[in-house]
Write a protein that binds this ligand. Structure first.
Ligand SMILES: [Zn+2]
Ligand SMILES: [Zn+2]
Length: 93
């Protein structure tokens, strides 16, 4: 089973996250489980990702992500749901 590079859980399938968005061809990628991937995009704007949060270590250091990963490791994976933060919602609209 593949492993998520953020929460390090073994999961049925991972999704590919581009560490540097909008530069997809040259962007390094990491394999994340769906909840982690959703959470990354719920917490960070493309601008944040491009400017600073373009390594797994930095993503993990962010308080919201660290909290999420801690919680996810204990959560029932079938009941995991991710909601966008207020800031990202505003940025998108
Ligand atoms: Zn994960
Ligand atoms: Zn992504």
């Amino acid at each position: 089973m593949p492993e998520c590079e953020l929460c390090e859980r073994a999961v049925a399938a991972t999704t590919r996250h581009h560490l540097i968005p909008k530069n997809r061809t040259g962007s390094p990628t990491v394999d994340l489980c769906q909840p982690c991937h959703d959470q990354v995009h719920a917490v960070f704007t493309h601008h944040d990702l491009k400017q600073y949060y373009h390594t797994v270590e930095r993503l993990r250091e962010h308080e919201e992500m660290a909290k999420f990963v801690r919680w996810l490791r204990k959560a029932d994976p079938d009941r995991v749901q991710v909601a966008d933060t207020e800031r990202v919602r505003r940025w998108r609209s």
